[in-house]
Design a protein around this ligand. Structure first.
Ligand code: AP5
Ligand code: MG
Ligand code: ZN
Length: 215
């Protein structure tokens, strides 16, 4: 099963992807996570990506497509995958179709987690993320708090606040989403692949709705 997860910043793509990975046994590929790991390692790609991420802008398409193409060539993806945060522009969506078409493995579903902008701001300012990149679980100080403040329930590592979760950067990320990524909703609708899910409400309820769609 090959899935694209669509939705604004903070809509819950990562939260749902982590649950879906367990349920279906297919890896989550988050371009944001890949870039954050590269930033941490200080690779040339990470240094370049950080310039854009800190401003809430998109990393250039050629860089992102190169990274994803390399990842998609790995053999662990035979059972399928979940793309979280990619594609984010029309050229990225077209590049993905070309890559998957070449492998005769088209995308099966584009799941849109639909959440209004006002709610997204609240979610992102309160988000905390596990520092252990093998875990990377997301929490929220009010909506989804860990049992022990500042500590990940799953692995015991420290929780941190992402650099791009400041109010000004969130505002820019929302603008970028509405201008550059929202057109993909139409793109996947025209292909008959769009599965829209109301993304407000309890995390488990949203998960159940997605599972119902995916079967
Ligand atoms: P990326 O890491 O993809 O960030 P994003 O799209 O802004 O999305 P987020 O990860 O912030 O949100 P999410 O939807 O995963 O929500 P989450 O589950 O954490 O990208 C970061 C940057 O990298 C980009 O700005 C760009 O610079 C670059 N980049 C990445 N991909 C790129 C690409 N393809 N092209 C170009 N540049 C790219 O949930 C958020 C919070 O809400 C959490 O606190 C969670 O606990 C809480 N929450 C979740 N669900 C619920 C619920 N139902 N109710 C209440 N709270 C909830
Ligand atoms: Mg995410
Ligand atoms: Zn953890």
């Amino acid at each position: 099963m090959r899935i694209v997860l669509l939705g604004g910043p903070g809509s819950g793509k990562g939260t749902q992807a982590k649950k879906l990975t367990v349920k279906y046994g297919i890896p989550q590929i988050s371009t944001g996570d890949i870039f954050r790991a590269a930033v941490k390692e200080g690779t040339p790609m990470g240094i370049k990506a950080k310039e854009y991420m800190d401003k809430g802008e998109l990393v250039p398409d050629d860089v992102v497509v190169g990274v994803v193409e390399e990842r998609l060539a790995k053999p662990d993806l035979d059972p399928g995958f979940m793309l979280d945060g990619f594609p984010r522009t029309l050229p990225q969506a077209e590049a993905l179709d070309k890559i998957m078409g070449g492998m005769q493995k088209p995308i099966d579903h584009a799941v849109l987690v639909d959440v209004p902008d006002k709610e997204l701001m609240k979610r992102l300012t309160g988000r905390r993320t596990c520092r252990n990149s093998d875990c990377g679980k997301m929490y929220h100080v009010m909506f989804n708090p860990p049992k022990k403040e500042g500590i990940c329930d799953a692995c015991g590592s420290e929780l941190y606040q992402r650099d791009d979760d400041s109010e000004a950067t969130i505002r820019e990320r929302l603008n970028v989403y509405n201008e550059q990524t929202a057109p993909l909703i139409d793109y996947y609708e025209k292909k008959g692949l769009l599965r829209k899910v109301e993304g407000v409400g309890p995390i488990d309820g949203i998960f159940e709705k997605i599972v119902k769609i995916l079967g």
